[in-house]
Design a protein around this ligand. Structure first.
Ligand code: ADP
Ligand code: MG
Ligand code: MG
Length: 910
């Protein structure tokens, strides 16, 4: 017989904290706390295996489940000395979902289960508190009606039907808060709620407590497959077949009056990372009241003044929990008549910025090892240390001008500006058409997740640091302010009133997630502390962020095998990247240099040339400038490898483009170019016509230019090597690598390897530098054909660098500029597991890469292999590059720290 049910209570649990897969996160936490001797109301967990069984068997339960539940229930009854459904002294339960990975708010909890018209009287009698009994009952009917019976608002503008009735009764009774309602009001609520259920659903509210129990259990299992849960799983890569557990637990009551309450907290600050307990509580409240944002909760530190004994016990327990689990915990508690009960503990979600800071602190406190610290923060999140903050002068000015209109609680650090939208669907739609939006809500709920993800930042009027908005924003690494009571939001009118100001949908607004200030307009930003230290504006010892950042990075470097290089086109970018830890340049694009200053003029003259001679003349002008570029970059890199890609884009990109411009503007530009080059407009237009391509991605570009106009490549090779020799002569080490783009055949590679060697060796021989310049010639691998013949190409190439942007385009046959219409749908329907331009498509592109690595190494054992596509800074792709044995990844300068951390994590996970 399988065990479907695990009991916990009175200091002993059948399960334990390690059994998250079986008991779900919540069930495992309850079992572990019980075993630790922490006060937990007794109950039992129905395992995730039942959920799996349920969906595999046409939504039926295993045969022996009923009897196991009955036995567990009897054990609880015995401990509590009360009976489920007993009209004289009823035992009540909560029914709570709990998946393996916590899915905040995805699954619904039902409280006070076991109340009916008979038991409510018994509860009133034994507690001597009639108001409390009816308060519990009205909550139960509403929750059951919503979660189990499914009486919910049908669209985003409709209010919750139970909320509407509650508001009406409150209004009629002249009550501001729920707590102001009298027993008579509460009784009326129960009647009205039941009538609403009958009217809208043609259902009688179930009086039978066992029917209630099985209804709630079924609802929890059912909710595993609701849209919100599915959307959340998709966003966080949680497999659909994991299933949820159900926890049935004795109720304890925070709504028994002034000596009762409920709260939630974190053992540290989950937004900023500081080591202090944070959280909030409400007196005379139950369950989700704290996070729902209906009453604004009080900060947890104030609990000390209200109930000192319970507070002291809570401080002690949260220390024990953190030391036991060796990580920040997110906990829930209820105080019934001054007695503290713990209802949940789990590893707390945190802002990526906080995750990194906390990990460093925990190492210094001796709680975790350096390795653990490296593994904990999401690699992507480290970018938060580099993301901009608001310009302080601009903020001061805004303050003086009265533009700082409100203040809330800081739930996600950083500065964000965007146009205001008041619902999640709009946020998603606006963002999809390229707008920056700020999502403003009274409070958020799970159905808002996609909109939250699409927004620059999130601002809510209600709720505290543990509200849904705060929780999700932290996890997503979004800038966020919650509990901003000054906002009076009107969804119907799509506007909000803040004091004397009206902010309408579409208005620009800025939020400062460090200080929780809301500012009118679009505020300019400044570099982060870390970036300021790197640029010398701030002293390292004055920035704790910088110190923590550097520690973590150093620990990561000790564990990674992959090198991290950067994609940089200018000495300035190169310098920044080196400061952020780059060990080389994996991609220096020369075409950007062609646009600078007066160079574009010579590039255009080159393009307009009719003879080789003319062309050579134009190129001769470009040569010294190009050489200067390389000198600057070589110096900045001081001996680290610099991979220079020879000209890649098709030549028409250097002339005005007809499609992108309105006809008048196009003609004007053509005239300007004609004047500049002293030729006729007709001649320019004719050349544009001749160069026109429908699909430049596969056109006359890359080494194809080198074949047809060898002078360009010859000039670039000469500029690279002469620059290298000059730099070497000045005593600075230098390591140039010449990279040929868009190679598909070994014949192409041979042409350019020979061209490079001939030019380079001659220059080097003549240079007589003390330090002889060593250089490499290699290729980008960005066409499937190149992967297939990689062994032959390796006969001439000393290195490969995967250009995964083009490799993805050419492998999948998708032009990156034309994906708007379908790629979203493709990802939603899992036709591709994720956007192949963001994460390497392992099954397709990845296989080709593996083939190229294998063939390349077979032909040339020591061939250097890296990646310089956009993927080089994306953690899962970095992991893949580690797994297939590349030597380095190369990414944009600000992604370098992300890649360093991701590379270390990939190595440590092996
Ligand atoms: P979630 O997964 O959304 O956090 P929970 O199952 O933790 O849902 O329930 C939400 C809240 O309901 C808890 O924080 C707690 O305040 C309250 N609650 C749940 N079970 C009980 C119980 N047995 N007694 C008192 N309150 C409970
Ligand atoms: Mg919930
Ligand atoms: Mg909870």
């Amino acid at each position: 017989m399988s065990q479907w049910v695990y009991f916990f209570g009175e200091g002993k649990a059948e399960g334990d904290g390690k059994q998250k897969e079986l008991l779900g996160g919540k069930g495992a936490g309850l079992a572990e706390m019980t075993n630790l001797g922490i006060p937990v109301p007794p109950g039992f967990t129905i395992t995730t295996e039942v959920c799996t069984y349920y969906y595999a068997n046409d939504r039926k339960y295993p045969d022996d489940l009923k009897s196991q539940v009955k036995d567990a229930l009897a054990r609880v009854e015995q401990i509590m000395g009360r009976t489920f459904g007993d009209p004289a002294n009823p035992l009540l339960f909560s029914v709570r979902s709990g998946a393996r990975a916590s899915m905040p708010g995805m699954m619904d909890t039902v409280l006070n289960l076991g109340l009916n018209d008979a038991t409510v009287a018994g509860l009133a009698k034994v507690t001597g508190n009639e108001r409390f009994a009816w308060d519990s009952y009205r909550r139960f009917v509403a929750m059951y009606g919503d979660v189990v019976l499914g009486l919910k608002p049908v669209d985003k503008k409709e209010e919750d039907p139970f909320e509407v009735i509650l508001e009406k009764v409150k209004h009629e009774a002249g009550a501001k808060f729920d707590t102001d309602l009298t027993t008579a009001d509460l009784k009326r609520l129960v009647t009205l709620f039941k009538e609403e259920i009958k009217r809208k659903l043609s259902l009688d509210f179930p009086e039978d407590v066992y029917e209630q129990l099985w209804g709630a259990i079924g609802a929890v299992f059912g909710s595993w497959m609701n849209d919100r849960a599915i959307a959340y799983r998709k966003l966080y890569d949680i497999p659909g077949d994991w299933g949820t557990a159900v926890n049935v637990q004795t109720m304890v009551f925070g709504n028994r009056g002034e000596t009762s309450g409920t709260g939630v907290g974190f053992t540290r600050d989950p937004a900023l990372g500081d080591n202090r307990m944070t959280g909030e509580f409400l007196i005379n409240a139950q369950g989700e009241d704290v996070v729902a944002g209906i009453r604004t909760p009080r900060p947890i530190s104030q609990l000390e003044g209200v109930m000192p004994a319970a507070y002291a016990q809570l401080v002690d327990i949260q220390h024990r929990l953190e030391n036991h689990f060796r990580d920040m915990q997110d906990f829930e508690f209820t105080i019934e008549d001054t007695k503290l009960w713990m209802l949940q503990t789990r590893t707390g979600k945190r802002h990526p910025f906080a995750a990194a800071r906390m990990a460093v602190d925990m190492v210094l406190e001796g709680l975790i090892t350096e390795k653990e610290a490296v593994l904990r923060p999401e690699a992507d999140g480290i970018a938060a240390f580099l993301s901009p903050i608001f310009d302080q002068d601009a903020k001061q000015a805004a303050l003086r001008e009265g533009k700082v209109i409100a203040k809330g609680l800081p739930a996600g650090p950083g500065g964000a500006s965007g146009r205001v939208v008041f619902n999640a669907a709009d946020a998603e739609a606006w963002a999809n058409r390229g707008e920056k939006v700020l999502l403003v809500r009274k409070f958020t709920s799970p159905e808002d997740i996609r909109g939250m993800n699409a927004a620059q930042g999130i601002l809510t009027a209600m709720g505290g640091m543990t509200s849904h908005a705060a929780l999700v924003a932290r996890q997503m690494g979004k800038v966020c302010i919650v509990g901003c009571g000054a906002l009076d939001i009107d969804y119907e009118k799509s506007e909000m009133v803040v004091g004397s100001r009206v902010v309408k949908e579409g208005d620009w607004l800025s939020i400062d997630g460090f200080t929780a200030e809301v500012i009118l307009g679009q505020l300019p930003t400044r570099p982060s502390e870390v970036v300021q230290v790197l640029s010398g504006e701030l002293k390292a010892e004055e920035s704790r962020n910088y110190q923590q950042f550097t520690k973590l990075m150093n620990w990561a470097d000790a564990h990674r095998r992959l090198q991290v290089w950067t994609n940089a086109d200018t000495p300035k970018q190169a310098e920044t990247a080196v400061q952020l830890g780059a060990q080389g340049i994996g991609l220096c694009r020369t075409e950007h240099m062609f646009f600078e200053g007066e160079r574009i003029h010579y590039v255009r003259r080159m393009i307009l040339s009719d003879s080789e001679e003319e062309r050579k003349k134009a190129i001769a002008y470009l040569f010294p400038m190009q050489k200067e570029d390389f000198v600057g970059i070589f110096k900045a890199m001081n001996g680290r490898p610099v991979t220079v890609r020879l000209l890649d884009p098709p030549l028409h990109e250097f002339l005005p483009s007809r499609e992108a411009l309105r006809p008048e503007v196009f003609e004007e530009k053509v005239r300007a170019v004609a004047e500049e080059l002293k030729v006729s407009a007709g001649e320019i237009e004719a050349r544009i016509e001749a160069l026109h391509e429908n699909n430049p991605m596969l056109g006359h570009r890359g080494c194809r230019l080198g074949v047809t106009y060898p002078e360009i490549y010859e000039m670039q090779i000469r500029a690279i090597i002469e620059a290298a020799c000059d730099v070497a002569r000045a005593g600075i080490p230098v390591k140039p690598e010449i990279m040929i783009p868009i190679v598909a055949t070994w014949q192409e590679m041979r042409i350019f390897a020979e061209m490079s060697r001939k030019i380079a060796d001659e220059i080097i021989a003549k240079a007589h530098a003390k330090r002889k310049v060593h250089y490499l010639v290699g290729t980008m691998i960005e066409l499937p054909r190149a992967c297939v013949v990689a062994d032959k190409i390796a006969g001439y190439a000393e290195f490969f660098s995967f250009g995964t942007n083009d490799l993805t385009q050419t492998t999948c046959g998708i032009s990156r500029d034309d994906v708007r219409g379908f790629l979203g749908e493709y990802v939603n329907r899992e036709i591709y597991p994720s956007d192949p331009f963001q994460r390497i498509d392992r099954e397709g592109v990845g296989e080709l890469m593996k083939m190229a690595v294998k063939k390349g190494r077979k032909a040339r054992r020591k061939i250097q292999i890296g990646i310089c596509g956009e993927h080089g800074g994306e953690p899962t792709s970095v992991e893949f590059c580690h797994q297939i044995g590349l030597d380095y990844v190369s990414c944009s300068p600000y992604r370098v720290p992300v890649a360093r951390l991701a590379a270390a994590q990939a190595a440590l996970k092996e």
